[in-house]
Design a protein around this ligand. Structure first.
Ligand code: B12
Length: 137
């Protein structure tokens, strides 16, 4: 709740724990900040977050959008598994899942392979790509 108005457009940004570990969170934090500045209610779960923590967060807050990041090629398999788990847990009610980060930017076609969507190569592009979904627009 913000000033008595429920923000319907909630986004969660998460650095998923993978076998290789994922400490690269600066870029994802920039994306989260950009969405927050646009008026989205944002939950940043931080680096190296367990998949089941994300599943619980989605169950509790029902975000419109989940943003995940892969910086290294070694992160991609874990990212794909996390997205598969979200889709299995929520089915048709699964939030929109955006992926980004260096590994995706180098090979955007990998987004399909992991099961996510590229909204843009950086924070501003991602915000612009979702502008028409925001309640203020
Ligand atoms: C800072 C950094 C670290 C820090 C991270 C600190 C932190 N808290 O984030 C630390 C020291 C932990 C680190 C560790 C490692 N790192 Co490092 N790291 C970097 C570095 C220098 C900058 C990354 C960064 O923050 N960039 C700035 C942000 C803003 O850019 P970004 O992440 O790409 O994010 C932007 C976009 O991609 C996009 N975006 C990102 N996420 C998302 C998500 C969504 C949904 C959307 C829409 C968009 C989006 O928007 C962002 C803003 O524009 C890069 C080199 C480089 N120049 O990129 C190497 C780099 C990524 N690291 C590298 C490596 C190899 C490692 C280590 C394996 C090193 C080691 N041997 O230990 C470890 C791995 C740790 C792990 N398990 O995760 C390599 C990866 C090479 C590769 N392609 O495989 C790089 C490229 C360095 C290099 N040239 O070799 N690293």
């Amino acid at each position: 709740m913000v000033a008595g108005i429920r923000l319907e457009y909630v986004a969660a940004f998460v650095g998923i724990r993978t076998l290789a570990g994922n400490q690269h969170i600066l870029g994802l934090n920039m994306v989260a900040d950009a969405f927050e500045l646009e008026g989205w209610a944002v939950d940043s779960l931080g680096a190296d977050t367990a998949v089941e923590t994300l599943v619980e967060q989605v169950r509790d807050t029902r975000p419109h959008l989940v943003g995940l990041s892969a910086s290294l090629p070694q992160h991609l398999r874990g990212l794909g598994q996390a997205i598969g788990r979200l889709r299995q847990a929520f089915g048709d009610a699964c939030p929109r899942i955006a992926v980004g980060g260096l590994a995706i930017n180098q090979f955007p076609g990998l987004a399909d392979w992991v099961g996510g969507e590229v909204l843009g190569l950086d924070a501003l592009a991602a915000v612009a790509a979702t502008a028409d979904e925001h309640p203020c627009h």
